[in-house]
Design a binder for this molecule. Structure first.
Ligand code: CS2
Length: 442
């Protein structure tokens, strides 16, 4: 197998249309297993220019392969691999402004993870003390996602759609607000029409392992250094408010709707909320499938008793079937999704996954026992994890360093308003639940 040729146009010839209509910021594994596959399956010739935000690895992997890579699907049966050709260019961050300014570009999509927006999850505003944002605001050649996006948009005349594909509440609106705030504070004017549809994206994409590379090579007969691994399930719900055309993603199974909010809330609170619960409560398991084997009942009760009652279920949608399907997806043993991958960046994820549920249940006069258990498990993680992978790690660690009792840990962390807002620490019900759970967990 080691003798095999590397994946490239020589091994799989195809036509390369001349123009790239989509610039994607954050071409990590998730984009390649999700939106890029929809773009390929739309079959109408749209190409993607993928931009890596932080590391040059993807450019190094895909460059020699002419942008080609494979998607390895691991479900209940035999794994399968297919080659995707929608990515036509992979560039590093410095190219962002120029590529966004290109009038041939109609869609700018983003998967830069929650922390990539450099906002306060609780208020949705740019983090005031973020040094990179401050420097971008002074007018240097921008380095942050928002700074580059604004600079590129300001250079355009032609209308364009900015499509946020990250797991944030009302992600289109949230991104629009950040762009407007940056414009205001930097005195930048954007002259072209820009649409910011919201989207709900869903596909579980663990990090690729060396075994995945070998498996794909076995299936394809060529070596691909850019394999992404994922589950058979995929879903994309998009608000249909595009400013300048788009691929026929609906032909590839995407759902276009006037209102994404109910889908998004359901996905964030049920899938991602449960995921975070499993990651923190089941941190003694390496893989999600093992964690859910032990903790499936607690997750189900979180869904039934806490998250479920806070949702506005779209008419005709089978919520019970959806919850069961999530537990089945988590239990997929072939996926080898690491709990540690989900556990990172908790400060950026908790608000939209779990704290909205907590707020809504408290407002309804209920006790969010299971959601509080998940939050307490995150608090234990902050207190005890050897390494804390979180943009707020310093503040979190400092906060718990001198807290000895569960009560002190809870009070310290609850007072971080960037995460918990000003309101949650005022709730005696929530605080008591947290102290009780954390006492048990520690
Ligand atoms: C996960 C998500 O890493 C995480 O925090 O919860 O990446 C999750 O796998 C996706 O949102 C599924 O669509």
């Amino acid at each position: 197998m080691g003798e095999n040729m590397r994946l490239s146009l020589r091994t799989r010839p195809r036509e390369v249309p001349s123009s790239v209509g989509i610039v994607h910021l954050g071409i990590g594994a998730f984009h390649r297993a999700h939106q890029a596959v929809y773009t390929e399956d739309a079959g109408d010739g749209w190409g993607i220019c993928g931009i890596t935000q932080r590391s040059a690895t993807v450019a190094e992997q895909l460059g020699p392969q002419d942008g080609l890579y494979s998607v390895l699907e691991r479900g209940p049966g035999e794994p399968s691999a297919r080659i995707i050709g929608a990515v036509r260019e992979v560039l590093t961050g410095d190219a962002t402004v120029e590529r966004i300014a290109d009038p041939a570009v109609k869609v700018i999509s983003l998967t830069v993870t929650e922390k990539g927006y450099r906002h306060d999850p609780a208020t949705g505003r740019l983090r005031r003390e973020d040094p990179e944002i401050s420097l971008d605001l002074t007018g240097r050649s921008p380095r942050t996602v928002i700074g580059r996006l604004v600079r590129g948009l300001a250079r355009r005349d032609a209308p364009v759609t900015v499509l946020c594909c990250d797991n944030l509440t009302a992600n289109g609106e949230a991104l629009r607000a950040l762009v407007e705030e940056f414009c205001e504070r930097s005195g930048t004017r954007i002259g072209c029409e820009v649409a910011f549809p919201s989207t709900m994206v869903d596909r579980i994409v663990p990090s690729t392992t060396p075994e995945d590379l070998d498996e794909a090579e076995r299936l394809l007969g060529v070596r691909d250094e850019g394999v992404v691994v994922t589950e058979p399930f995929t879903q994309w719900v998009i608000e249909d408010t595009f400013a300048a055309g788009r691929p026929a993603w609906d032909a590839a199974g995407a759902i276009f709707t006037g209102d994404v909010a109910p889908y998004e809330k359901m996905k964030l609170r049920l899938l991602n909320g449960s995921h975070s619960m499993l990651a923190y409560l089941g941190s003694h398991h390496t893989y999600v499938a093992d964690a859910v084997a032990e903790l499936g009942d607690a997750v189900r009760r979180y869904m039934d008793e806490d998250a479920g009652p806070t949702l506005d279920v779209p008419l005709g949608f089978d919520l019970e079937a959806y919850k069961s399907s999530l537990l089945e997806r988590f239990a997929n043993p072939a996926l080898r999704h690491r709990t540690a991958q989900i556990a990172m960046d908790g400060s950026q994820k908790l608000p939209q996954r779990l704290l909205g549920v907590v707020r809504d249940r408290l407002a309804a006069g209920a006790e969010p026992r299971w959601a509080a258990l998940a939050v307490a498990a995150w608090m234990r993680h902050v207190k005890t994890a050897r390494e804390l992978d979180d943009p707020m790690a310093d503040l979190l660690r400092m906060t718990v360093a001198r807290a000895d009792t569960p009560g002190q840990v809870v009070d310290g962390l609850l007072s971080i308003t960037d995460v918990f807002g000003p309101d949650l620490r005022e709730s005696k019900v929530f605080r008591d639940l947290l102290v009780e759970h954390l006492g048990g967990l520690l």
